[in-house]
Design a binder for this molecule. Sequence first.
Ligand SMILES: [Cu+2]
Length: 485
Amino acid sequence: MATRRRVLGAGLSVVGAGLTGVSLLPVLNAREAGAVPAPGGQAAAAAERFAVPMPIVPVLKPVSTADGTDTYEMTMRSQTKEILPGLRTELRTFNGQFPGPTIKARRNRPVVIRQRNELDVGVSVHLHGASVPPEDDGGPMEVIAPGAERVYTYPNKQPHAGLWYHDHAHHTESESVYRGLHGAYLLTDDEEEALPLPKGEYDVLVSIRDAHFDTANGTLQYQMGDRSRTTLLVNGAPYPYFQVAARSYRLRLANHSNQRFLELRLEDDGEMTQIASDGGLLPRPHTTKAVYLTAGERADVVVDFSRYPVGTKLVLKNTGFAAVDDVSQVMRFDVVRTAEDDSSVPNVLRKLPPLPEPTAERTVVLRMDEDGRPDPKAYIDDKVYDHARVDAHIRAGASEVWTVTNANTKVPHNFHMHLVQFRVLERGGAAPGLEEAGLKDTVRLMPGETVKLQATFDAYQGEYVYHCHMLDHSAMGMMATMKIG
Ligand SMILES: [Cu+2]
């Protein structure tokens, strides 16, 4: 584990390095400009640590539940909010909320969302991790123009999963997601609900992402490959505290950053029980001191705060980015009261269907210019994304093994496929850890790393994309099209 951590840390320290030539100067300037001192006497970027409560992201109410369908209406619009104390930040939002409202869905109960675009940029709303027909997938070219609207229908035929929705309009998704167009979509089913896991107020979304503020006026700074996104936001608030009872919580950790890789640990190195990954519950719980989340990945953990006396304050740390001080802490759990707890984590969480016999094999190579040139491009199989080209023809019903390699020596990537939840067969030639033993839609690929995965294409036919989910990279071209059927 120590070896793996070192490798991860080493790779992460170069995220964005040499890509645009962005220096660390903005951070230094921010510190000089009268930042609030952080614990340990060092200057923080702008936001005081643990000064604001963690917001609980509201769940959106449907406008109709008739005919077995939940119908929602959302408006994408510009909204200013106070994120840093005393400053207003302009955001691109769903319904004026940041992050976007949470949608709660049930398996086999369709959700219909009318999305109206009142922003001045085109938006395509993609439901990340979902099995949906191609016309409802929110692909990069399926853009809702400013002033227009579009209805998305989500059949929800797949098993439970912690999904999320975000903009996917090609070339602008990176900036628009960064400026706020992301929200959670939690799909449940009878199998998940039957388990005695923490529920209700003890089942909490923790949406983590980074940001780069102009600390003079609160403006969100956006630049591709920016290494100065050094303010961490949780559910939209900088370095918040969360008052918890001394009992078990299910924390739905989601990395909604554009690029940042996170390695999350409790301050006391206490154990967390990971119970779910991108595509829902793991087959069995995974006890761990660290949770790795690349941009777009999710992991649910159960943390039992009853092992801490009331009055304990426990920081959630990020050890995934070269311990730069601004991003080494995420939030703080304050244990403030006792509470009943009849929840538990069963030894078996779900039974995954056996993997079918593979019908085809394929290789995918991710690479980007990492030599410091001014306008770097990013490639899949040496090609920049072209929406008019089909890169992979897949037979309907096929179950394919994809061997995906990061051919870069410095830059990490990850790999996300639309439409499917896949299984990780191998990482670096070895069986994956328990944390990757469930269903996944996004996997980490450190420099030089190879991951073998298996995906089955039996749900819908048509064109979908696969890409690096470091959104700056997909915007630079690291995306390709698969056609099923
Ligand atoms: Cu990448």
